[in-house]
Write a protein that binds this ligand. Structure first.
Ligand code: AMP
Length: 283
């Protein structure tokens, strides 16, 4: 595995691979790798000649009061994990390498961001779209792998790829969970022990809503109420949002049908956790 820290070298390496006709599978991350990331890497390994992993905690996608400085980082651990997963290139640029001067251009996302995380984290998806644009131009991947854990991010990047004509195929991968159901996240280490216990209610509440749907409930307000009740009675977390939309359009619906997403975000002392469930409702 080769660790590359400059954009120039990364582009040169990728051009060599492309000239040889190799397909490039790309997994962009912010590091502090866990099984969710490793699942994306495995999938990329299976479907491509070359696997590129990037680790970059992107300051542009963090708000001023968010956890950029406390976001967990451990490069040596990540490097060892990437090596054992057979990654070919690990791209690990510094912030100065990615943003050497104030940008003269940024990517602004206009659609699918007035809800969910886009609403509570203004500017977040502009930061995501900007860094992904840069990374796609640096890595020039054949396929790029993203987790449905960040379902809105997948929807936004689909829009980016379509609108800006990136010649890349997006692959969305299911959520990987801990044994007790908590969605794996680098941020989970910043939960206090009691909060870590309480956080299991997030997925339990999504499953309870799914059960209610199976039993015939179709009203989104009733389901949102059920989830909120469960979270507030079983945890000290502060609910940021619980919402239900059509997926991937992210349009509000009162009476549910077709493919829907139930998504939530809950703030604990040092971390804000997100989770979601995508359900197909057949009438
Ligand atoms: P992050 O390092 O948190 O920015 O995540 C990098 C990629 O891994 C994103 O595409 C995430 O959606 C994906 N990812 C994060 N957590 C999980 C998980 N528990 N299961 C599947 N994919 C995940």
């Amino acid at each position: 595995m080769k660790v590359v820290t400059t954009i120039k070298e990364m582009q040169a390496e990728m051009l060599v691979q492309k000239k040889q006709g190799k397909s490039i599978g790309f997994v962009p991350t912010m590091g502090f790798l866990h099984e969710g990331h490793l699942t994306l890497i495995n999938r990329a390994r299976q479907e491509n000649d070359i696997v590129v992993l990037s680790i970059f905690v992107n300051p542009l996608q963090f708000g001023p009061k968010e956890d950029f400085s406390t976001y967990p980082r451990d490069f040596e651990r990540d490097r060892a994990l990437a090596e054992s997963e057979d990654v070919d290139f690990l791209f690990f640029p510094s912030v100065a390498e990615m943003y050497p001067h104030p940008s003269s251009v940024k990517v602004v996302v206009q659609d699918r961001t007035d809800v969910l995380c886009g609403k509570s984290r203004p500017g977040h998806f502009d930061g995501v779209a900007t860094v992904i644009t840069k990374l796609f131009n640096i890595v020039m991947p054949t396929r790029a792998y993203f987790g449905i854990k960040d379902a809105q991010q997948v929807a936004v990047i689909e829009g980016l790829v379509t609108d800006f004509n990136f010649p890349v195929q997006l692959i969305a991968v299911d959520i990987v969970r801990e044994n007790d159901g908590l969605a794996k996240s680098s941020r989970n280490v910043n939960l206090f022990p009691d909060e870590r216990q309480q956080a299991t209610i997030l997925y339990k509440s999504l499953l309870a809503a799914k059960d209610a749907i199976t039993q015939g409930e179709r009203n989104s307000f009733t389901l949102i109420h059920l989830i909120k009740e469960m979270i507030t009675s079983e945890s000290d977390g502060e609910i940021d949002y619980v919402e239900i939309f059509s997926y991937p359009e992210l349009i509000t619906m009162e009476e549910l049908n077709g493919r829907i997403i139930i998504a939530l975000a809950v703030k604990f002392t040092k971390v804000r956790l997100i989770d979601n469930l995508i359900i197909d409702i057949e009438e």
